[in-house]
Design a protein around this ligand. Structure first.
Ligand code: SF4
Length: 372
């Protein structure tokens, strides 16, 4: 067993063994039969096909409920502590795919309270400012305004609080300490927070006055929050939320998880200008060799290459072209400079479009935001 890595909602370190993580967390891998069930309802998203969304809890049950006509709702979120980067948008794009395919309502939580409580340097006003900024990136991805509710915890707390306190009464400190690794130095807000994080799983049920199944697409690092929720859901009279988990998008520097706190140059933000984005891509960590001659002879290593991983995760949706890139890299047919330039073109096309939509989103905020 590889004990050398750690994955919690608050820290990720080491070389993650995703198969082992499924064992550790007690989730299930998405298998071919589940994939075939997805295929009955529409095209299979590349992130599913390629095993980026690779693990789940009760996804089969969610599909059964949908097929019976009960339907389901979606819940995802964002901790607003800074600008949005490409890695953040992966589960959101997957949520959009699920919304489009199953016509499911999405509850999008902006946890300004959480970020305030966890980050010493962040004031509540700053967290709120980032929440409104990040909402533009969410809206720009093209969610259906009729099927999407975005809310800040501090602005929707009146609706959430009665369920949060009912949840809080069922969660012991010993559970939170064991699941999140907290100790006596954690402030009491961070200890309480998981009960707030629990509530959006049930917001559709509360709104409709009947039990509605909920599916959460998220990075696998967020699973521990919802293990706690699943343990108490039925005691509160709701279904356990189902989850579909993604692997964590690597940074351009080659480390396992892109985060706002990774070195700024290893992360492409949705608001980066062309020059900045280009510099980051051209400086990315690759699986290339030390010299051109050596690379022509020995080939590169796409498995450890951030440029290849970016193509795999998002920027080359065509499987044939991706396989060609893999083969050309291994055979030394393509060199890293050209490969990075090609990736940059795709990234810039994506960012340019996103930034235009982001501008338009400024006029649409009130179509999406809900408040008490
Ligand atoms: Fe990575 Fe491309 Fe270089 Fe291969 S050729 S190592 S995929 S940058």
């Amino acid at each position: 067993m590889n004990e050398e890595f750690e994955v919690t909602p608050y820290s990720v370190s080491g070389d993650i063994d995703y198969d082992e993580l499924v064992e550790r967390f007690g989730t299930k891998k998405i298998d071919d039969s589940l994939m075939e069930r997805f295929a009955r309802h529409g095209p299979i998203h590349p992130m599913l096909r390629r095993g980026i969304f690779y693990s789940h809890r009760d996804l089969d049950w969610i599909l059964s409920e949908y097929e019976k006509g009960t339907g389901f709702t979606l819940y995802t979120g964002r901790g607003p502590s800074g600008p949005v980067h490409i890695g953040h948008t992966m589960p959101w794009m997957f949520a959009k795919y699920l919304q489009d395919t199953f016509k499911a309502k999405l509850w999008f939580q902006l946890t300004d309270d959480e970020k305030f409580m966890f980050y010493d340097h962040l004031s509540l006003e700053e967290a709120k400012k980032w929440a409104y900024d990040n909402a533009l990136d969410i809206i720009a991805l093209g969610f259906d305004p009729d099927l999407t509710n975005i809310f800040l915890d501090t602005e929707y707390i009146g609706t959430m609080y009665p369920t949060a306190v009912r949840a809080a009464k069922k969660i012991n400190f010993s559970t939170i300490r064991a699941v999140f690794g907290f100790d006596n130095s954690n402030n009491i807000g961070s200890i309480f927070f998981t009960s707030i994080q629990t509530v959006p799983c049930f917001l559709e049920s509360i709104a409709q006055g009947r039990n509605v199944p909920c599916l959460i697409p998220c990075g696998i690092d967020q699973d521990p929050h919802f293990r706690v929720t699943r343990d108490i859901a039925e005691g509160l009279g709701f279904y356990k939320p189902a989850l579909v988990h993604a692997k964590l998008m690597p940074s351009l520097g080659g480390s396992e998880k892109m985060s706002t706190s990774t070195k700024m140059n290893d992360t492409i933000f949705m608001t980066d200008d062309e020059k900045t984005a280009k510099k980051k891509v051209m400086n990315a960590f690759t699986g290339g060799r030390v010299s051109v001659d050596e690379q022509r002879k020995e080939g590169g290593d796409p498995e450890i290459c951030a440029v290849y991983q970016y193509n795999l995760y998002h920027f080359e949706p065509d499987d044939t072209k991706l396989a060609q890139l893999h083969a050309d890299c291994k055979s030394g047919k393509i060199l890293c400079g050209e490969c990075k330039a090609r990736l940059f073109e795709k990234i810039w096309k994506f960012l340019e479009h996103h930034q235009l939509e982001r501008e338009k989103a400024k006029d649409k905020v009130n179509d999406f935001l809900i408040r008490d």
